[in-house]
Design a protein around this ligand. Structure first.
Ligand code: ZN
Length: 505
C-alpha cells in the first residue's frame, strides 16, 4: 500500500466582502506575528534544542534523546500562556499579542510547532557555523511568511446555499478567522467547479466512514494501543479524502487589495502498489496492456492490446499546439532582434515565455489524463512507453524559432511521461519503458525492414503490401517489445543497417 496525494485549489471569489477580505489579511498577519513571537521565544531558549532527556530503551538500557516536538510545545505553552492555575507565565503571549491569546488552539499550536521546527533547524546551522569557523555571515532566521492551515475543527460547510450564487457556481466554506475583533467562523465564497462537488461529497462520506469505524473499534478494543495493524489499515482512506485546508494568498493586480486568495485542499488515499512488470506478465501473459508512442507532430498514439490483439486505438494530434507555440516563439525572437543585444541574467519577454511554458504544461497534463483514462477504460494494469532518449538537434536547417519549437515539442514527451507515471500510480497502474530501437522501422506483421516516407511507413517485403502511419507502427511494435516477440533486423555482413538516431519527426 502507498499513500497518494493530490490537491484541489478552490479560488476565493474576487468580490468577497471587504470585511471578510480584511479578516483573511488580519488573520494571516496575526498568525505570522504569533510565529514570530514563538521564534523569538525559542531563540531565547536555544538550550532546549541541545538538551537531552534520559529515557529507557525497549530492552531497559538507559539512554538519552532530544526533546520531542510535543515536549517543546508543552514547554512553550507553559512559559507563555496564562491559565487559572498559572496566571503569571514568564513571557506572556497576552501582553504582546492580546488577540492571539484567544486564537483557536489548533492554529496556535501549528504556529508553535512551526516556530520550534524552524528554530531547531536554524540552531543546527548556527552550531555548525560556529564550530567550523566558516567565513561569511551567520545563518539568519528569516521573518515568517506562512499560509494559514485550517484543521478540521476550524472548517465548516454551511448548509445554506443561496440560489443566485448556486447559478454562478459559488458556494461557501466557513473557516475560523479573526473577524470583528473576535475569532469567528466566516463563510468565504469559493468558486466550486462542477466536478469538485461530487469529489468533496465523496470525501465527506469517506470521513464519516472512518469516524464510524474508529468509534466501533474504540468500543470493541479500547485504546489505540490495543489495535492491530489490520484495524489501523481499515481506518485509512480508500477513496480521496480531504485533509486540512490551507489558505494561500498571492499577489495579483487584478484583484482588490492586489491579493488573490485560494483554498488548497489536499486529498489523500491509500492505493495498492502495482506488482513488478515481469511478475504481472508471468501471472497473465495475455493481460490487457496499453502501449503509447509519443511523437512530436502527433502527441501520442495509444493502443490497447488483449491477448496479442489490438482492441482499440486513440490518436492525439499536436499540430495546433506546435503551431501555437511556434507563433509565440517567433514573436519572442522577433522582439529580441528588435531590442538588440540581450542583457546577461535579465529575463526577456517574461510573459511570453511563461505563456509557452503554460501551454506545454497544460498540454502534457491533458494528454496524460487521456492516456490514463484510456488505460482505465480498457482495464489495463500496465502502460508501456518507449524509453525516451536525449534530444539531438536535427541536421536540417531551421529558423531559431523553429529549432526551439522542435526542442520544446521533444521535451514535452518527457513531461507527458512524468505526468502519466504519477497519475497512473494513483490508479494502481504500472508505467514501464521499453527500448525504442527499431520500433518505427520494422513491419509489425511480417518483421521485415520497412522504409519511412515522411510520417508514413511502407513495408519493403515484396509479398506484403502493407503501409501504415509511422507512429502507429511504433505503437504496435512496442507491444512486441513488451511480449518480447519483437524481431530485430537480420544481420548481413557488410550491409548491416543502423537504427536511425532518435530525431522524433
Ligand atoms: Zn510487412
Amino acid at each position: 500500500m502507498a499513500l497518494v496525494i493530490k490537491t484541489i485549489t478552490l479560488g476565493i471569489h474576487k468580490e468577497v466582502n471587504p470585511g471578510k477580505r480584511q479578516a483573511i489579511v488580519d488573520t494571516q498577519a496575526l498568525y505570522n506575528q504569533t510565529i514570530a513571537f514563538y521564534l523569538d521565544f525559542f531563540v531565547a531558549h536555544r538550550g532546549v534544542f541541545d538538551a537531552r532527556k534520559p529515557y529507557h530503551k525497549k530492552d531497559g538500557t538507559p539512554s538519552e534523546r532530544p526533546w520531542t516536538a510535543q515536549e517543546l510545545l508543552t514547554f512553550a505553552e507553559q512559559q507563555t500562556l496564562d491559565t487559572l492555575a498559572h496566571p503569571d507565565p514568564l513571557q506572556p503571549l497576552r501582553e504582546v499579542l492580546p488577540s492571539a491569546r484567544a486564537m483557536p488552539v489548533s492554529l496556535r499550536r501549528a504556529a508553535i510547532n512551526h516556530a520550534s521546527g524552524k528554530v531547531k533547524a536554524w540552531n543546527a546551522l548556527v552550531t555548525r557555523w560556529e564550530s567550523q569557523k566558516q567565513p561569511g555571515q551567520c545563518p539568519q532566521l528569516g521573518a515568517p511568511h506562512e499560509p494559514l492551515t485550517f484543521y478540521a475543527n476550524l472548517v465548516a460547510y454551511p448548509d445554506f446555499d443561496l440560489l443566485a450564487q448556486q447559478a454562478a457556481r459559488h458556494t461557501f466554506i466557513a473557516v475560523t478567522l479573526w473577524h470583528n475583533q473576535r475569532w469567528e467562523s466566516v463563510p468565504l465564497p469559493v468558486t466550486l467547479y462542477e466536478k469538485v462537488r461530487p469529489e468533496l461529497a465523496a470525501s465527506q462520506r469517506e470521513q464519516a466512514r472512518i469516524r464510524e469505524a474508529a468509534t466501533s473499534l474504540r468500543a470493541m478494543k479500547g485504546d489505540r494501543k490495543h489495535w492491530e495493524a489490520a484495524d489501523k489499515e481499515a481506518l485509512r482512506p480508500q477513496t480521496w479524502c480531504a485533509q486540512s485546508f490551507t489558505l494561500y494568498s498571492r499577489p495579483d493586480h487584478r484583484y482588490p487589495g492586489h491579493q488573490r486568495f485560494s483554498l488548497h485542499i489536499p486529498l489523500e488515499k491509500w492505493v495498492d502498489t502495482p506488482q513488478k512488470a515481469e511478475v504481472q506478465r508471468a501471472i497473465d501473459p495475455g493481460m490487457t496492456v496499453v502501449t503509447v508512442d509519443l511523437g512530436v507532430n502527433r502527441l501520442a498514439v495509444i493502443g490497447a492490446f488483449h491477448w496479442g490483439k489490438l482492441a482499440a486505438t486513440q490518436f492525439i494530434a499536436g499540430g495546433s499546439l506546435n503551431h501555437h507555440r511556434h507563433r509565440i516563439l517567433t514573436t519572442i525572437f522577433h522582439k529580441r532582434q528588435q531590442s538588440g543585444r540581450l542583457q546577461k541574467d535579465v529575463l526577456d519577454n517574461g510573459d511570453l515565455w511563461q505563456k509557452v511554458q503554460n501551454l506545454d504544461e497544460n498540454a502534457a497534463r491533458q494528454v496524460a489524463v487521456r492516456i490514463v483514462r484510456f488505460a482505465q477504460a480498457h482495464q489495463a494494469p500496465v502502460i508501456v512507453f518507449e524509453y525516451l532518449r536525449r534530444y539531438h538537434q536535427p541536421k536540417e536547417k531551421m529558423s531559431r524559432a523553429r529549432r526551439k519549437n522542435h526542442k520544446r515539442a521533444y521535451w514535452l514527451r518527457g513531461k507527458i511521461l512524468r505526468w502519466v507515471r504519477d497519475l497512473a500510480f494513483r490508479e494502481g497502474i504500472l508505467t514501464v519503458e521499453r527500448n525504442p530501437a527499431w520500433t518505427s522501422q520494422m513491419c509489425p506483421q511480417c518483421a521485415t525492414l520497412g522504409s519511412r516516407q515522411g510520417h508514413h511507413f511502407v513495408c519493403q517485403n515484396p509479398d506484403h503490401a502493407y503501409h501504415a502511419d509511422a507512429d502507429f507502427v511504433g505503437m504496435m511494435n512496442l507491444y512486441k517489445k513488451w511480449t518480447k516477440t519483437f524481431t530485430y533486423p537480420r544481420k548481413h555482413a557488410g550491409d548491416e543497417p543502423k537504427p536511425l538516431t532518435a530525431h522524433a519527426v
